[in-house]
Design a protein around this ligand. Structure first.
Ligand SMILES: [Zn+2]
Length: 55
């Protein structure tokens, strides 16, 4: 399984935040830093946190 990349800064992330940043039903994964940034945006909705487990 691949790791995820942040939809905003494109960095590889081990803990992703599932958020919505538009008025449409488009959910994206972002890193912690971008999640904090996105919180200030009008259409920000948080859904859940996704954790990458090393195997
Ligand atoms: Zn990011």
């Amino acid at each position: 399984m691949k790791t995820k990349n942040c939809a905003l800064c494109e960095k590889e992330i081990l803990q992703a935040y599932r958020v919505k940043i538009t008025p449409w039903k488009i959910w994206i994964f972002v890193c912690g830093a971008c999640c904090l940034k996105a919180k200030k945006w009008e259409y920000y909705v948080y859904w859940w946190t996704w954790k990458w487990k090393k195997k």
